[in-house]
Design a protein around this ligand. Structure first.
Ligand code: NOJ
Length: 560
């Protein structure tokens, strides 16, 4: 297998709005990030992924971009950004930027032009269609509730928006648009950035003719299902982008791809095909959703997680490359989700981190994960800022008369604002995030859960993550070894073996709040030499092939 820096890196995602506010306006900013770079360096981070910092009216917190080559005023200036890049590089870290080119903001000058007239030169930069029998051109739904089409009186046509109506989809069928995007990408790359995370990049090719989809209640994004993603030209577009832009730089790329499966992911990440380095799958993030979609809550079955992650581990091994993640700005906090944020917060956060960081792939840490930040419960819908939450609440409660308590419960479990509450730096007012009024309320648990506490406590989740990162840097088996699932049927223990040449690692994790006995199956050849990391004090005399795991215990043995 080819060895590369991005396979060996650990990525840390910053959601700038919520990371650190340096000027007291309640909104995180670039200078705030600069202040905290040493914290990230000490953690062991190699690459920083910065969620969008471009000019935006903030309908979707920066994922609606009105100028791809300007910095949002609230976040600072281009000079601040340049200083950030220089300071990151100065510390030996790298920076990848968010590339949001399935759609722009409706306030982008291209769209402003496009909507003016049917013969405007920018008309075909977006996807316009006449209505059908006085209704929308098809039945696709927006990811943020309601139809994916918005009527524009000016030209008596509808434009497509798979997200909010202030995020019109760009028309990748138009070669001129593609050239504009490539030019913009090169402009950033020439400034010295180290790659891109690409927002919903498998949505850029839609099925021609944009046909109606089958009506399936709860289907995520659009009832168009597979019709608006992974379309027939997707690989062609990515290969063109690679040829014209990416191949000219030594960069890492990760494509966010809702709905992608292992077979497609192999194509996207097989280096011989020259498309992307890795993708973000959503499959493991959907295992705790019922048939009704994201808001239809269902407990996670550990055996489903095993089946799914094992498929990805073995499926991409040797051909493509996995990204490993539990959290990002769209997902609830993992310790509240698959762990236990009450009596076993520290143990379960360490277990989940250990489990993920010992897999093959590039691990991503989302801000606050390393200190075990948890989900939040605000009393009122008014305290939530996220457009997805607000629109869903409106559709279900105001228009649909659903039980508001039940809907609030689903927001508590799955809402994106769980991930977006301000970073908890210390136990001072507003958790040391700002001296002003934070744009989104701080999680009230900040007095106990904060970075200052975590850094000073050597048994903290933070120090455990540091250790995990160091282990990966010193043991190539963690990066490059094969993966073998053990005990596939067990509903509480997830154990796997990694092997590389004559080396072995045994990873044993308990996903439950109970004591569970572990017996290494007889057909697994493993002789433990050393416990390299664990989340409980362990006796040297413990027999690693047969013992009782404590609640959320994790152990990793090096062996032969
Ligand atoms: C995925 C991003 O991660 C999410 O935050 C955003 O709302 C949508 N794409 C639309 O850009």
């Amino acid at each position: 297998m080819e060895k590369t820096w991005w396979k060996e890196s650990i990525v840390y995602q910053i959601y700038p709005r919520s990371f650190r506010d340096s000027n007291g306006d309640g909104i995180g900013d670039i200078n705030g990030i600069i202040e905290k770079l040493d914290y990230l360096k000490d953690l062991g981070v190699d690459v920083i992924w910065l969620s969008p910092v471009y000019e935006s009216p903030n309908d979707d917190n920066g994922y609606d971009i009105s100028d791809y080559q300007k910095i949002m005023n609230e976040f600072g200036t281009m000079e601040d950004w340049e200083e950030l890049l220089a300071e990151i590089h100065h510390r030996g870290m790298k920076l990848i930027m968010d590339l949001v080119v399935n759609h722009s903001s409706d306030e982008h000058k291209w769209f402003q032009e496009s909507r003016k007239s049917k013969d405007n030169p920018y008309r075909d930069y977006y996807i316009w269609r006449p209505g059908k029998k006085g209704k929308e051109p098809n039945n696709w739904k927006s990811s943020f509730s309601g139809s994916a089409w918005e009527y524009d009186e000016n030209t008596d046509e509808y434009f497509l928006h798979l997200f909010s109506k202030k995020q019109p989809d760009l028309n990748w069928e138009n070669p001129k648009l593609r050239q504009e995007i490539y030019k913009m990408m090169k402009w950033w790359l020439n400034k010295g950035i180290d790659g891109f995370r690409m927002d919903v990049i498998n949505f850029i090719s839609k099925v021609p003719g944009l046909p109606d989809g089958p009506e399936k209640p709860g289907e995520k994004y659009a009832s168009g299902g597979k019709l608006y993603r992974d379309g027939p030209r997707i690989h062609e577009f990515l290969q063109e982008m690679n040829e014209e832009v990416l191949s000219k730089y030594d960069v890492m790329t990760v494509g966010e791809m809702p709905g992608v499966d292992v077979e497609e992911a192999k194509k996207y990440t097989d280096h011989r095909r020259r498309e992307l380095k890795m993708v973000f799958t959503f499959e493991h993030m959907n295992l705790d959703s019922g048939k009704g979609g994201k808001w239809d809550l269902k407990p996670l079955e550990l055996t489903d997680l095993k089946e799914n992650l094992s498929k990805w581990q073995t499926g991409l091994h040797g051909t493509g490359w996995n990204s490993l993640y539990w959290n990002n700005h769209d997902q609830p906090r993992i310790v509240s989700r698959f762990g236990n944020d009450r009596e076993y917060r520290v143990e379960s956060a360490k277990m989940l981190g250990t489990f993920l960081h010992m897999l093959q792939g590039t691990p991503y840490i989302y801000q606050g994960e390393e200190i075990g930040m948890t989900n939040v419960q605000f009393d009122s819908i008014e305290d939530y800022e996220d457009i997805e939450i607000r629109n869903m609440y409106y559709e279900k409660v105001v228009e649909g008369n659903e039980d508001p308590d039940k809907v609030m419960e689903s927001i508590y479990v799955k809402g994106r604002d769980n991930a977006r509450t301000p970073f908890q730096w210390n136990n001072q007012p507003a958790a040391g995030f700002t001296t002003g009024e934070p744009w989104l309320k701080v999680n009230p648990n900040y007095k106990a859960i904060n970075a200052e506490q975590a850094v000073t406590d050597e048994n903290s989740i933070y120090h455990h993550y540091r250790k995990l990162i160091q282990l990966r840097k010193h043991h190539p088996i963690i990066v490059y070894g094969d993966y073998h699932l053990i005990l596939p049927e067990h509903d509480k223990i997830y154990a796997y073996l990694r092997t590389l040449e004559n080396q072995k690692l045994l990873v044993i994790t308990n996903f439950s709040a109970e004591n569970v006995s572990f017996d290494l199956p007889e057909n697994v050849e493993f002789e433990a030499k050393k416990l390299i990391i664990g989340n409980y004090a362990t006796e040297e005399t413990d027999n690693p092939t047969n013992f009782t795991l404590k609640p959320y215990e994790a152990r990793v043995y090096k062996g032969i």
